[in-house]
Design a binder for this molecule. Structure first.
Ligand code: VG1
Ligand code: CO
Length: 543
């Protein structure tokens, strides 16, 4: 027997979606009514009567229980069908691919991405729209408004659905269809690449290591790298998704993917290394003793994408988030492509991709993607790199150095100060904003400010305006510092400081980025007194 139950709730404060959906401590999400309140607001805001929806997550703690709640709530709201990845697993790009392939009205993705998982770690929920991309701000604003005034939520009283078995079952009137989480994504990306050339590369003895970081991409990477492309078993490491990601941070950067970095810089390094994050949308690329910064990776991919069959006709354009380095801009200018600078977060790329204005998008935070889905896609980026390596038959280091010779090098680093007191961090940003008009002409630690502003974005497709997206300070010598507060943290405030400088001279391309940008970091400290006033000795993470 199934019946719709109306459960009275109190409106909940603080369910404001951030850069990528709602992200909170797992225990908070598990508080009775908390997930339900946010889901109710989402279901009401988007309207799902008669709809097909997609559901899956990165397998973190509470993923399975949350999936049952979301299914029963979707059924109570009259959804016709929910397509779920087996075991309630779907990577973020796979969910995006499924939404598009099944012409669904949208989908729930359960993930806190690169944040750690577990009862004492983080959980998250995001909703993607019919184009496969993150809900735009108009929708997330509507969801947030509803979370603050709901008095009840609807849920079907029914036994849990068996999500371990492929096939269809019923939840009241609604069909639940359990599908293989890999298949649709694989069919979406495979035609984009020259698998024959990549197979030949592996057959020639080319060695690769892919670190799935105990997160969702293990099954995807094994199927495509060790399966379709013939890479030897053991190419994929940490390939079993686990609820707490093996106790680590599934964040593919040199800090959290240190074992992979050590191997790639060690004596027996393979030719190519890569890693992906909790929900499979980020990527790290590293050659033998050669880390590729995400900003450089975007630029290299933009310059070389036509080597892959899916992009053989060239790219319409490239878009990057504002704090991402300007390396991609140079490729766009040289190749006569469209170029756009958007606020942080993938939701701002959707309109540009839908309108055909750009083909490739990327962020400094290790996100790259194309118009094949409406999310960043970690393994897609790895496959495009493999296709380029197979076509050029050069090492990662050779490709990167040639790129810098042609376009110049953009030295880049990001310094994160985590878990700062929220009021302190907001105060610092507000003070800096107020001081912006007075900065040009002044010098800090010997570097002169030329221009300073706060980034606002007018969407070229729908005309919407998004303000307060970070402070940009341009220094003499083609250097730039950006400061913004993170929208994905779950503890206090995280201040991100993005530092970069353009260096056209190939004779000076060999420097370590931390050294090349030390004077810029000092200028930011002289301007903000961040270390002095927070008592911190330095950033928690440098990437
Ligand atoms: C961070 C990154 C941003 C990315 C977002 C979601 O946001 O900086 O570039 O889009 O995470 O990525 P923030 O607001 O903390 O800087 V993921 O892999 O969490 O979906
Ligand atoms: Co992610």
């Amino acid at each position: 027997m199934t019946a719709v139950r109306r459960v009275p709730t109190q409106p909940i404060e603080g369910q404001k979606p951030g850069t990528s959906g709602l992200r909170k401590k797992t225990r908070v999400f598990m508080t009775p009514g908390y997930l339900e309140n946010y889901a109710e607001a989402t279901l009401q805001a988007v309207g799902v009567k008669g709809a097909t929806l997609i559901l899956g997550g990165d397998g973190r703690f509470f993923n399975d229980k949350a999936a049952q709640i979301l299914l029963k709530m979707a059924a109570a709201h009259g959804a016709a069908r929910v397509v779920v990845g087996r075991g309630a697993l779907l990577s973020t790009p796979a969910a995006s691919a499924l939404i598009r392939a099944r012409r669904a009205q949208g989908g729930f993705i359960m993930s806190a991405s690169h944040n750690p998982g577990g009862l004492d770690a983080d959980f998250g929920l995001k909703f993607n729209m019919a184009n496969g991309g993150p809900a735009p701000e108009s929708v997330t604003d509507a969801i947030f408004a509803l979370t603050k005034k709901l008095s009840e939520y609807l849920i079907l009283e029914a036994p849990d659905v068996d999500l371990a078995r492929l096939g269809e079952s019923r939840l009241g009137e609604m069909v639940v269809e359990v599908v293989d989480p890999v298949e649709c994504w694989r069919e979406t990306v495979a035609p984009l690449f020259d698998f024959e050339a990549i197979r030949a590369l592996f057959a020639s003895g080319f060695q690769m290591r892919f670190d799935a970081m105990h997160a969702v991409t293990g099954p995807y990477a094994k199927a495509i790298l060790e399966g379709d492309l013939g890479a030897p078993a053991g190419t994929v490491i940490n390939g079993e998704p686990s609820p707490d990601f093996g106790g680590g941070h599934p964040d593919p950067n040199p800090v959290w993917a240190k074992p992979l970095m050590d191997e790639m810089y060690g004596p027996a390094a393979p030719d190519f290394g890569a890693a992906s994050d909790g929900d499979g949308d980020r990527n790290m690329i590293v050659g033998r003793s050669c880390y590729v910064s995400p900003s450089d990776s975007l630029a290299v991919l933009a310059a070389n994408a036509p080597l892959a069959p899916g992009y053989a006709e060239g790219l319409a354009g490239v878009a990057r988030s504002m704090p991402t380095s300007r390396a991609a801009d140079r490729v766009a200018a040289a190749r006569g492509m469209n170029f756009f600078e958007t606020p942080t977060g993938w939701k701002f790329f959707g309109n540009l991709l839908d309108a055909g204005k750009v083909t490739l998008c990327g962020e400094e935070s290790a996100g790259t993607g194309s118009d094949h889905v409406r999310e960043k896609d970690g393994l897609w980026a790895v496959l495009l790199w493999l296709n380029i390596l197979a076509a050029r038959r050069q090492s990662v280091a050779e490709i990167l150095q040639a790129h810098w010779r042609e376009f110049g090098r953009d030295y880049y680093t990001r310094h994160d100060y985590e878990a700062l007191d929220s009021a302190f961090a907001e105060g610092l940003m507000n003070d800096l904003c107020a001081a912006l008009p007075s900065l040009p002409g002044k010098s800090f630690a010997g570097l002169a400010v030329e221009k300073a502003d706060e980034f606002a974005y007018r969407d070229p497709v729908d005309g919407s305006l998004t303000e307060r997206q970070g402070i940009r300070i341009y220094f003499a010598g083609d250097a730039r510092a950006v400061l913004r507060l993170s929208g994905t943290g779950t503890e206090g405030a995280t201040l991100r400081i993005y530092l970069e400088r353009f260096e056209p001279d190939p004779a000076r391309h060999a420097q370590d980025p931390q050294e090349a940008l030390a004077d810029l970091a000092a200028a930011v400290e002289a301007l903000t007194h961040l270390r002095a006033s927070s008592g911190r000795e330095g950033p928690d993470v440098r990437t």
